[in-house]
Design a binder for this molecule. Structure first.
Ligand code: ATP
Length: 387
């Protein structure tokens, strides 16, 4: 698979005018459940999903393999029928078990880009892109006008007559994108479109895709198990676990203010330290841990004596510098047990009392193995999570 490799240039104004006609849509999902199979072989893939996807946002469904992301996407598109619940796209209910409504996929006004290109090898580029319009019975002249506009948009102008297999992987992916866009969908959906790319190409493509989606002003739903992709690309993220949504939020909130260990672990590396609530003081929650007392900006609702988990991101641990410290809160002393230079940072293991912390240290701090070091962690980066 290749990349979209989109470079947006001002000379495409005409094409933007074409896409400017697209209305953006909010999507509302309520009480959605889906079970595959029956009897002892049945499997509940989705369990009471409630979700609002705001119009004109890039919304990512993130979670490990098998958590139900693709099933949810396929229910929205209409390729799977849920058992219960309702799906609303804009003002239109496209599925309701209770009201007995089922709008078929082709009438939902959606465009989809799959992990594989799903390009027909026996057709030209033009015919691949024109296909959804031909099936819908659109007039020939209008088809030509729309396909030409979208070809220009994905920068495949002049390649319409080429057999689809005679394109590079990246160009074929752009054909898939063009085909998803040509019907002027209300919403565009992506099912792991970058997962077959190598790391470098994936990063470039992700950036292009983000630029492209924000210019397009369209609601987009994006499925991935890749946390970096989700953080970099999304306006909002829903994290799924075993068929349920466990948390939703903006990328930075999901990363820095996760509510559960599951989400904190899934979205990035974390130190997780058993902790007991000792007292509340000056708006902070003081916990006792194997490395001493730590003040946390979260946990004001936790009763004294509560057993909890203290979560600290490795990059939020700083070597203490008196002149730079915001305060002496959470100043800790430890020994540098392991140290590895990995380019942008030193990856360190710091022993403090009974606790071994992983820390990503600034190379400028010039750490050395077996040093005794003073550390500082701001209370706002000390997160208390349910165990
Ligand atoms: P991945 O990232 O691996 O694609 P996912 O989060 O998208 O995973 P789904 O494909 O939605 O997960 O599958 C959710 C669960 O439902 C999985 O346990 C899967 O095995 C099961 N499942 C999916 N499709 C079917 C099917 N047609 N019949 C039976 N079980 C299915």
């Amino acid at each position: 698979m290749g990349c979209f490799n989109l470079i947006i240039s001002p000379s495409l104004d005409q094409v933007w005018a074409f896409y400017g006609r697209i209305a953006t849509m909010e999507i509302q999902i309520s009480g959605l459940s889906k079970t595959y199979g029956t009897g002892s072989k049945s499997f509940q893939a989705l369990n009471n999903i409630n979700l609002t996807i705001p119009a004109n946002s890039i919304y990512t469904l993130l979670g490990p393999s098998g958590c139900g992301k693709t099933t949810l996407l396929r229910c929205i598109v209409g390729l799977e029928q849920p058992d219960t619940g309702e799906i609303r796209i804009g003002d239109q209910i496209v599925w309701s078990a209770e009201k007995n409504i089922l709008i078929p996929p082709e009438k939902r006004g959606l465009g989809m880009v799959f992990q594989t290109y799903a390009i027909w090898p026996h057709m030209s580029v033009f015919d691949n892109i024109a296909y959804p319009l031909q099936v819908a019975g659109v007039a020939k002249e209008t088809i030509r006008e729309k396909v030409d506009a979208v070809l220009k948009f994905v920068q495949l102008e002049g390649l319409g007559n080429r057999p689809a297999p005679h394109l590079s992987g990246g160009q074929q992916q752009r054909v898939a994108l063009a085909r998803a866009l040509v019907g002027e969908p209300k919403v565009i959906l992506f099912d792991e479109p970058l997962s077959n790319l190598d790391a470098k190409l994936r990063e470039e493509t992700r950036k292009d895709l983000k630029k492209f989606l924000s210019r397009l002003n369209m609601t987009a739903i994006y499925v991935t198990h890749d946390r970096v992709e989700a953080l970099a690309l999304s306006d909002r993220i829903a994290v799924l676990k075993a068929g349920q949504i466990v948390e939703t939020g903006e990328p930075q909130d999901i990363y820095f203010k996760a509510q559960s260990r599951y989400v904190a672990d899934f979205i990035g590396r974390a130190n997780e330290i058993p902790a007991t609530v000792l007292r509340h003081e000056n708006g902070l929650t003081i916990v006792s841990t194997g490395m001493g007392e730590v003040a946390c900006a979260t946990g004001s609702d936790l009763a004294l004596g509560t057993e909890t988990t203290l979560c600290i991101r490795p990059e939020m641990i700083r070597l203490y510098r008196a002149q730079l410290a915001e305060s002496d809160t959470n100043k800790l002393t430890g020994s540098l047990d392991e140290l590895e230079f990995v380019g942008e940072v030193f990856e360190a293991n710091i022993r403090i009392g009974e606790v071994s912390l992983i820390a990503s240290l600034d190379p400028e701090s010039n750490p050395a193995l077996n040093d005794t070091v003073e550390l500082a962690v701001a209370p706002r980066h000390c997160l208390l999570l349910s165990r």
